[in-house]
Each structure stands twice: as structure tokens, then as C-alpha cells.
Design a protein around this ligand. Structure first.
Ligand SMILES: [Zn+2]
Length: 490
């Protein structure tokens, strides 16, 4: 599907001997070096009089191939144990991503927009944002199908709809509608940026960097893969004579490996299923996601707030000494509150803050109130808060390290409930339920003879004293994650 007269730069001698990238006669893919992570772009020059696409122009950032290589390096079991050159499998994953990305950007030059629901249709489009799709085979992580090859069923649909030429005398409108109704008949779904990007989004299927027909089942899979990779993680994940500091950087994308699938699952809670339906096209317009699916999504999401899941195992902590001279922390690194030493409490604090910001997003909270009012079987906000508190603040862990990690998570839970209690842009019913939850939490804490219980009570009391001024205390910032192996924002 590449345009004709394609020129991949640098090309001093192009298609006709001297192609200039600015020459409107040539479609161009330029490979751009950048100093930091960045997006790639696929744009086109169109004739303003007719809308005809005259030239496609793609910019691919070269540096971001590191991101995928790093993910593969972190997920591999001791790749550099015997040989520093043992990177073919890692490189193959990164190159598979670049091949897929090239097709994605060329898709934009042809006029195609993102389809963020395509990953739920067996990776039906190169116009989705792909997360590496991994499997567990005999207890080991299998990379062989991390990225898809070729175009998918949805791409064939958009190419046919946009570029098919019909025989003379064909009713073109009818023929075009037939292409869409056949796609719909095959179960193909289409949802784009405005529904998939917002953190408060509601579509159960439209997500960036996710996989699987069901977001919640895939999160279970992702958490299992993450656990296996963390268990295997060792000094053998870096090459000989590299500073140990590098190990911390390799570990960062593995620790946050669940971040995008978590975001996908959060949108199932208070979620909807809908289409860009037209009058008479037979598509489903809008339905609230069934209670059972919302309950399951919440149960799996709560695992990301469980110290047993989110704590870095004690046995791994000696892998992360203070950083070497010349290797400072960057936007790609873990952030913390413990100065030069690796902060084992900040990593789970950051991860749990991500989950809570999604789960207790003000728009989601308001939507839950609405759904419960229309169908009393729906879960509603009160249920979500009860389950959340029961699985965090009321959890009792005996292991001192895990207990401490859970406390770091629990403070975040408290702040995000306070946020809903004071938020001005939610329905007041949300404020009412969140304030009631804070009263219940206080009662529970009063019965717990614990220093942190007293501290949490103090913070709740202070919250009501300074109610108007409340802002969620910031957690250490999550390392940059997007784009994974580059992508585009257009
Ligand atoms: Zn794109």
C-alpha cells in the first residue's frame, strides 16, 4: 500500500536521479534523528480545490526504536548471561514495530485516521496503537507474535471505501455503504481519538496501546507476564561492563508494563459500548456495559493497588544501587522521595496513583451515579469506593515491607477520595458519597491502633479545615511511556 515514487531518505539519488524531499512529485519517508523520545508523523499535501492527495510525507523518529528494544531486554530471561551479542530476538521485536509503524504512517498519508478499537478485532488495523502482545508458553514469555505483520481487515475496508473504483452505472453511495455494512457484519469496530484518548473516557473497547478482545482478561495476562519477568530479572539483563545503573532504567518499562492495559480496564467501569451510528445503518447506538463486566474489571483493576502485586520483590532491591557518576535520572527514570537511593516506596506510590487517577476520574464518578439511577443493578460509585477501601485501607498485611508499601498506596486512595469529595465539576451526589466514605474511613481508622491510622485521620481533619484549597498531593511522576516505539499524534 506504499505510494508510488516512494523515496526513503537519506537518498541523494532518488527515483529520477535527484529527488528532493520537498518536491511535490515524490512521496517521502524521512528517517529523523532526535535527541529524545518523540512521535512520528504521516501527513499529506492535498489539492485545496478537490481534496485530492498529491503527496505523502512521513517522518519516522529513529531514536524510539530503543523503547521497544528496552522493553524486550527487560522482559527477556537473562539475555546477556553467556553472550553480549545475544540480542537478535530483542532487535527483531523492535524491527517488527518499526515495520508496523511505517505502514501506520503511510496509512495517514493515504487519509486514514486511527482506529483504537481495532485491537479488539484480532489486530484488524495498522491504524491502532499497538502494545507488544506476549504469551506465556511453558512458563516462559513468548515474543514471537509481539507485533502483527501486514495490514488487517479494517485496513482493507478503509482502502476499499476510499479508493475502490466501481463499474460505470454502479450506484456509488449504495456500493460504499455495502463495504461498511459488510465490515460491520464481520464485527469490525471503529473508534477514534476523541473517544479513546481522554482519561475519563467511557468506551469499553477504544483504548491506546492495549490488546485483547476483553481489556480486563488481557490485564490479568499482562500482570502474569510482568510477574514472571520481574521474577527472572537479574544482572544478566544488561551487558558486561555496563554500569549497574542501567539495570534501573531497563527495569522501569517492566515495572510499569501494565500501565496502558490498566487504563483500558478503567474505562470499563462506568463504561459504555457505542458506535458512530447513522440513521438506518443497523448499528448499536449506545448501551451501558453490563454489571458483570464492570464488576470483573474492578476486581482485576484492584490488583494493581495490591502490595503483593505492585511491590518490587525484596530480593530484587540489591539490583538498584545509587546511580553511577555520569548517569543521572532522566524523564525515562523512576522518580522518588529518597534522594540518591532507589525509592522502593515511591515506585508503587506512582503506579497506584496512575490507577486511582483513572478509576476515580471525576467524569467516571459522575457517570457511575447516572448509570445506577437508570439501572439499580449497576455497580454505582458507592460500590466502587467500598471495594476500593476494603482492598486497600482495610487490608492487613503481616509482612513489614509489604505492609509499608500498602500504606503508601493507601495514602493515595485517601487523597483521591478527598478529591472527589471536594471536586467542583462532579455531580454533587458524587461529593455526597465521597464525603460519606471519608466519614466511614475515619470510623474504621479510629478503631485501629496504628500510627498511620492517626496520621490519616489528621489528614482528613485538615482536609475539612482547608476544604476549599484541597489539591491532590502529587506523587513522584511516572516515567514517560508513550509513544511505545514511536507513533504519531495526528
Ligand atoms: Zn497515527
Amino acid at each position: 500500500m506504499a505510494p508510488q515514487n516512494l523515496c526513503v531518505l537519506p537518498c541523494s539519488k532518488g527515483v529520477d536521479g535527484d529527488a528532493d524531499p520537498l518536491d511535490v512529485r515524490y512521496n517521502v519517508i524521512q528517517w529523523v534523528h532526535r535527541s529524545t523520545r518523540g512521535w512520528s508523523y504521516g501527513s499529506s499535501i492535498t489539492d485545496p480545490r478537490t481534496g485530492e492527495i498529491i503527496k505523502g510525507h512521513v517522518s519516522l523518529g529513529s531514536l524510539r526504536i530503543r523503547q521497544d528494544f528496552l522493553i524486550a531486554q527487560a522482559l527477556s530471561n537473562s539475555p546477556f548471561k553467556d553472550n553480549d551479542d545475544n540480542y537478535d530476538e530483542l532487535l527483531e521485536l523492535a524491527l517488527a514495530r518499526i515495520r508496523q509503524l511505517s505502514a501506520h504512517e503511510i496509512g495517514h498519508t493515504l487519509g486514514f485516521t486511527h482506529n483504537f478499537a481495532a485491537s479488539t478485532n484480532s489486530r484488524a488495523s495498522v491504524m491502532d496503537y499497538p502494545h507488544p502482545q506476549l504469551k506465556i508458553v511453558n512458563g516462559e514469555i513468548d515474543f514471537s507474535e509481539a507485533y502483527d505483520t501486514g495490514i488487517g481487515e479494517w485496513d482493507k475496508t478503509t482502502v476499499a471505501y476510499s479508493y475502490a473504483e466501481f463499474e460505470k452505472g454502479t450506484d456509488e453511495k449504495q456500493a460504499l455503504n455495502k463495504i461498511l455494512s459488510e465490515a460491520s457484519g464481520k464485527g469490525l469496530r471503529f473508534m477514534s481519538d476523541k473517544d479513546a484518548r481522554p482519561l475519563g473516557g467511557a468506551h469499553a473497547l477504544a483504548h491506546l496501546w492495549d490488546n485483547g478482545k476483553s481489556a480486563s482478561e488481557e490485564l490479568e495476562n499482562v500482570l502474569k507476564i510482568r510477574a514472571i519477568a520481574i521474577e527472572n530479572f537479574s544482572i544478566e539483563n544488561i551487558r558486561k561492563n555496563e554500569p549497574n545503573t542501567i539495570l534501573e532504567d531497563v527495569f522501569a518499562p517492566l515495572y510499569f508494563f501494565h500501565r496502558y492495559q490498566t487504563e483500558a480496564v478503567s474505562k470499563m467501569i462506568g463504561g459504555l459500548d457505542y458506535n458512530y451510528a447513522l440513521k438506518g445503518d443497523g448499528q448499536k447506538t449506545v448501551e451501558t456495559l453490563e454489571r458483570d463486566k464492570q464488576v470483573k474489571a474492578l476486581q482485576i483493576l484492584l490488583k494493581t493497588l495490591d502490595a503483593n502485586v505492585i511491590a518490587i520483590p525484596e530480593a530484587k532491591l540489591s539490583l538498584f544501587p545509587p546511580r553511577a557518576l555520569g548517569y543521572p535520572r532522566t524523564r525515562e527514570s523512576f522518580k522518588g522521595r529518597a534522594g540518591i537511593s532507589f525509592d522502593v516506596l515511591s515506585a508503587p506510590e506512582t503506579a497506584s496513583d496512575m490507577t486511582l487517577g483513572l478509576l476515580l476520574h471525576p467524569e467516571r464518578a459522575s457517570r457511575l451515579i447516572q448509570q445506577k439511577s437508570l439501572d439499580t443493578r449497576q455497580i454505582g460509585l458507592q460500590y466502587v469506593l467500598n471495594e476500593l477501601v476494603e482492598n486497600t485501607i482495610e487490608k492487613d498485611l503481616k509482612d513489614p515491607y509489604l505492609h509499608e508499601v500498602q500504606k503508601s498506596v493507601n495514602y493515595r486512595v485517601l487523597y483521591h477520595i478527598m478529591n472527589l469529595a471536594a471536586h467542583k465539576e462532579v455531580h454533587p451526589q458524587v461529593n455526597a458519597i465521597a464525603n460519606n466514605q471519608l466519614r466511614s474511613i475515619k470510623l474504621y481508622l479510629k478503631n485501629t491502633d496504628d500510627l498511620d491510622a492517626r496520621e490519616m485521620i489528621r489528614r482528613v481533619d485538615y482536609f475539612y479545615k482547608e476544604f476549599k484549597e484541597f489539591k491532590v498531593i502529587k506523587s513522584p511522576k511516572i516515567p514517560d511511556g508513550s509513544p511505545i516505539g514511536m507513533d504519531c499524534m495526528n
